[in-house]
Design a protein around this ligand. Structure first.
Ligand SMILES: [Zn+2]
Length: 108
């Protein structure tokens, strides 16, 4: 009986964070799921904007800094906003670093 060595050339076991489509720029790259929030303080009213999806390393960093900047600029205008905005700073940073850790080996 000849060995049926069907040479299925290296289908490597998919790593946890496989190549996927970045939901921001749409390119096929290594992505990690992440969520960022930002607050828009309007003295009395308040709005929250968030972004959530699988992002590549580039979009991850870009969105992190964008959300941080807009939080700082538009965030802390109001009583509740003054409390919420620093919380978003922390949660965004935690999200960023946990996603960045998953994408450590990815090409920028
Ligand atoms: Zn991207």
């Amino acid at each position: 009986m000849g060995t049926m060595s069907s040479v299925n050339v290296a289908t490597p076991a998919q790593p946890a964070n496989a190549i996927g489509r970045c939901q921001v720029c749409g390119s096929m790259r290594q992505t990690a799921p992440v969520t960022f929030n930002r607050n828009i303080g309007m003295i009395v009213l308040r709005q929250t904007r968030s972004i959530s999806g699988n992002m590549c390393k580039t979009c991850l960093g870009k969105n992190y800094w964008q959300f941080m900047g807009l939080n700082l600029l538009l965030g802390p205008w109001g009583m509740i906003s003054l409390i919420i905005t620093p919380i978003y700073f922390v949660t965004n940073t935690v999200s960023y670093f946990s996603a960045a850790k998953k994408l450590r080996g990815a090409v920028e």
